[in-house]
Write a protein that binds this ligand. Structure first.
Ligand code: EPZ
Length: 422
């Protein structure tokens, strides 16, 4: 398995263009199934998760090409709505194929995506939403069979503003008969991007970005060309890395409004942030300050996907910080690895009590999930000495060649691919 080898202690400097958003591109690619024909989706990053989604769409009969950062997807030849278990298992978020497949084919078969390193990852809200639209759902073992001769608009309230459930219901409802309202909907920018894409195809959706989304069902949708928003989590990761290494970095192609909660926390830590249009400049000449309390919560609050990265900055800060994770019950596994690098962090239930230390020390550490892996890379960049990060396939799911991205900012980082034994 590939590893990253990092020689720490060098401040990041320079400028970087941020890639398209993985978590916007994935539902938009799934939504292409709702219209027969060829859609062109621009600004799609080259990631393992995107490859998995394109392979699933090919398995369903679509023709998909990823040229540069543009995906050309022809869904006309899609001929089945059964997602193979082997492919479902490669990416949990393939569960939001249910909505478009049900809307297009009237039935679909998927598999329980199961939990992962960060938590149980239930899908009850997805299934309840589809049932509210008229779907009959049968679970046989880990197989989920979903049928609906016709889908009808409904009033749906989400017990929790689940991102995936909101997306699944939106995609199922666009071709339903009548009006659907989703209350307590997720408000993430990726939901807003999905609404823009679906409306570009001829849907009639309003309210994405608020907690109530209204969908007027239409007869059919038309393929289109669409450009995905920038990835706010990749941008946030780079911002934290710049601060943790006491560097000076300019980020281009960002949407600062999507990062306001992170910018607020970084400024409280004494990081200098300047915003000008789609440009964010980050500088941290001295040691960051502790931040008394950071709590993850649904957008627009502080995002769970930046929790592990910010923990590294707070682990180096002057003072004691408390970081509370409220979205995923298993998303503090990176604490053990950071402690091996000299961090002073105590976990109690879903809160981390972080006593900042002057420096971290290089070590061999293991990525347990996508964002924890990114956090360990940041720790390695800031640490004194050499760090080896293992299991970096997790990182490749969400970052397009992270070593190249950081190398352009002056990081001493390289990928080590062991020669396969013959
Ligand atoms: C999306 O996951 C993102 N993934 C995640 O990013 C992100 O962390 C998460 O939203 C929260 O922002 C994609 O968009 C592909 P949820 P999703 O449904 O949709 C519980 C990354 O690193 N829940 O909002 O799976 C669930 O157990 C990934 O890029 C139910 O109980 O997140 C969790 O505790 C990681 N029942 C919480 O809600 C359900 O039916 C948040 O889940 C669905 C969810």
């Amino acid at each position: 398995m590939d590893k990253l080898v990092i020689e720490g202690g060098k401040p990041l400097s320079g400028s970087i263009v941020i890639q398209g958003a993985k978590n916007a591109a994935l539902p938009i690619l799934a939504a292409c199934l709702l219209a027969e024909g060829t859609s062109t989706i621009e600004h799609v990053p080259r990631l393992l998760d995107i490859d998995v989604m394109l392979n699933i769409l090919r398995e369903l009969g679509c023709r998909a090409e990823h040229v540069g950062d543009t995906v050309i997807l022809n869904t006309e030849t899609a001929h089945t709505s059964h997602v193979p278990e082997s492919l479902m298992g490669q990416m949990r978020s393939s569960i939001f194929l249910m909505g478009p497949l049900l809307a297009r084919f009237g039935e679909t078969q998927v598999y329980q995506p199961g939990g992962c390193a960060i938590g149980e990852r239930k899908i009850d809200l997805h299934l309840e939403g589809l049932q509210a639209l008229g779907a009959e759902i049968e679970e046989i073992g880990n197989r989920i069979i979903c049928r609906a001769d016709k889908l009808y608009g409904a009033e749906i309230h989400l017990a929790f503003p689940s991102v995936g459930a909101t997306e699944n219901i939106m995609m199922a409802a666009v071709l339903a008969e009548g009006r659907t309202t989703i209350s307590n909907a997720a408000r993430e920018p990726e939901i807003q991007d999905l609404q823009r894409f679906l409306n570009e195809m001829g849907a009639k959706i309003m309210g994405a970005g608020t907690d109530t989304i209204t969908i007027e069902g239409v007869q059919s949708l038309t393929p289109c060309t669409y450009r995905v928003i920038p990835d706010r989590i990749v941008a946030g990761t780079i911002m934290v890395a710049a601060a943790a290494t006491r560097g000076q970095v300019t980020l281009l192609n960002t949407n600062p409004a999507h990062l306001s909660s992170l910018i607020h926390v970084l400024r409280r830590a004494g990081v200098q942030i300047a915003v000008d249009g789609d440009i964010i400049k980050v500088g941290c000449p001295g040691r960051p300050r502790a931040v008394e309390r950071v709590v993850t919560a649904p957008y627009p609050a502080f995002p769970t996907d930046l929790q592990s990265q910010v923990m590294v900055l707070l682990a180096l800060a002057d003072g004691v910080s408390i970081l509370k994770e409220t979205i995923f019950e298993g998303r503090l596994k990176h604490v053990d690895e950071l402690s091996r690098m000299g961090a002073d962090i105590r976990v109690d239930l879903n809160s981390a009590f972080i006593r900042g230390v002057p420096r971290l020390y290089g070590a061999t550490v293991e990525a347990t999930d996508l964002r924890a892996g990114a956090a360990l890379v940041i720790a390695g960049l800031a640490a004194q000495g050499k760090t080896i990060v293992e299991q970096i396939h997790h990182i490749d799911r969400g970052y397009d060649c992270i070593e190249t991205m950081l190398g352009r900012l002056g990081a001493r980082i390289s990928r080590y691919s062991p020669v396969p034994k013959n």
